[in-house]
Design a protein around this ligand. Sequence first.
Ligand code: UDP
Length: 314
Amino acid sequence: MHVLITGGAGFLGSHLVDRFLKDGHSVVAMDNLITGSTDKFAHLSGHDRFTFIKHNVINYIYLQEDLDAVLHFASPASPKDYLEHPIHTLKVGSLGTLNALGIAKAKNARFLLASTSEVYGDPQVNPQPEDYWGHVNPIGPRGVYDEAKRFAEAMTMAYHRYHGLETRIVRIFNTYGPRMRLNDGRVVPNFIHQALNNRPITIYGDGSQTRSFQYFSDLVEGVCRLLMSNESRPVNIGNPNEMTISDFADAVLEVAHSDSKIIHMEPTDDRIIDDPKMRRPDISFAREVLGWEPEVSLADGLAMTIEYFRKRVR
Ligand code: UDP
């Protein structure tokens, strides 16, 4: 297959680049490098099935070659990043999705949208199944990401229904692993960075809010299975192992063998506004239609991630 991956220089995009190359496909990675970095391709220098194009997908996408699949992963995804780039986040989820759908249609390629558990907002149902419509504040600071992704899902389904385009939608729950940016502001790099430097672990609020963390390789496998499936309805891909942020802090301290103290704080920016109080994927549908479930435990995933960060922290 010839595959285009938008956001290919990002955390998940770059892991997908590696997976598709490993499976023998040709890959074009496209990224405007706002939050991505070409460092993630250092090991691919000279690879004859890999091309990188620096391009902002909110502008028209032109490619001469044929494509079999378009994976649309371009977007800031960390609350810190999308609060710093609110208008760009709205544009990449709307105009960027339109352009990515447009090139998929022009090339008669299959389209896969990277959506998110944020479409459920601050959910009032736990765990979240795909048929839950969510609880989103459209005008809150997180609305720029949540509503852009909800629009992107609506646009994807419109191309599917109106144009008959083969489309897939993956709703990605919190995912971590090597190649996350140390300073992306999310809880996994923050806590690991702090633990490795013996600095205080910064829990926002009382730490009773929950998340469910999946290792990146489980997500990559789920995305590949979804792309090759016949399922056009959204599919949750995440690890149902739900825990409080306080328990997550303890897990990081234990795996990192760190003596960092834990402090509770309120961030000075808007990122804690509408912070979801609970989040856990219902993965029954992924099990049923993809035969997929996560394989990497939190202890193993954290150990591999901490190993990666240890080489980069000082
Ligand atoms: N969080 C925290 N300390 C940090 C960073 C994040 O307590 O240094 C909390 C944050 O308030 C949220 C959870 O960890 O409840 C996950 O935040 P993250 O930014 O990783 O992503 P989200 O799941 O909110 O998109």
